[in-house]
Design a protein around this ligand. Structure first.
Ligand SMILES: C[S@@+](CC[C@H](N)C(=O)[O-])C[C@H]1O[C@@H](n2cnc3c(N)ncnc32)[C@H](O)[C@@H]1O
Length: 209
């Protein structure tokens, strides 16, 4: 993966409005929101570029927030290509915003820690791609472990899991613990160059089985 110029991915909504809403949610739930601002469209583009998706596949998004990555995924024309999408969001306000903004996509209000049950109850098969905006480093260890376990179970053998970590936080113990947990189950790992046009700059991490 390289940090090339992004395609003209439209913004998910009013950038200022989303930022204000995001700061408000951060102040009320700092550890689960885990970031002060939504991801930039440049980071969102890097999270979805070159995903190998085909008709009948399922793509799952963890913690879509105000939807910057959802918007980048929507630009891949999922619905018309016959690709299923499911976003799982814990925060009811974000969930309501997403459902209003992307009426063609499905959003589940709940925790990714229950991803196996959620997919099962909705009759979904395994996911070809999982795009995660979860703030792993600030989540409780038990939730981290449940998400890693569940992700391994619901990801297809030839599927790909992508997440991001902020460059400044990458060496911190909580971020390293998450990568250690992932390394126990996932054998393929690629880290992108830093995406500088994001506040703060971030790496995209890609995992395969
Ligand atoms: C750092 S924000 C990222 C939002 C968006 N993906 C972006 O990049 O701007 C983390 C998001 O994960 C959600 N979240 C946190 N814990 C979660 C959980 N256990 N299950 C589902 N969503 C969760 C938060 O509510 C928030 O929307």
């Amino acid at each position: 993966m390289t940090d090339t110029k992004p395609l003209p991915v439209p913004r998910a909504g009013s950038a200022l409005g989303d930022s204000v809403r995001f700061v408000g949610r951060f102040l009320s739930s700092p550890t689960s929101v885990g970031a002060v601002l939504p991801s930039s469209r440049y980071l969102a583009y890097m999270m979805v570029r070159d995903l190998r998706l085909q008709r009948g596949d399922l793509v799952v998004e963890y913690g879509p927030g105000t939807g910057p990555m959802t918007q980048a995924l929507a630009k891949l024309d999922l619905v018309h290509r016959g690709i299923d999408y499911l976003g799982i969001e814990l925060d009811p306000e974000f969930h309501a915003t997403l459902s209003h903004r992307f009426p063609d996509l499905a959003f589940h209000l709940g925790s990714v820690a229950d991803v196996v049950k959620i997919l099962d109850e909705r009759g979904h098969r395994q996911a070809r791609a999982i795009i995660s905006g979860l703030p792993f480093a600030s989540l409780p260890t038990s939730i981290q472990a449940a998400v890693v376990r569940g992700t391994y179970r619901v990801l297809a053998d030839d599927g790909e899991f992508r997440t991001f970590q902020y460059v400044h936080a990458y060496p911190l113990p909580a971020a390293r613990r998450f990568r250690r947990l992932m390394a126990k189950r996932f054998h393929g790992y690629v880290r992108s160059v830093p995406v500088l046009r994001n506040v703060p700059p971030a790496y995209v991490l890609s995992y395969t089985k």
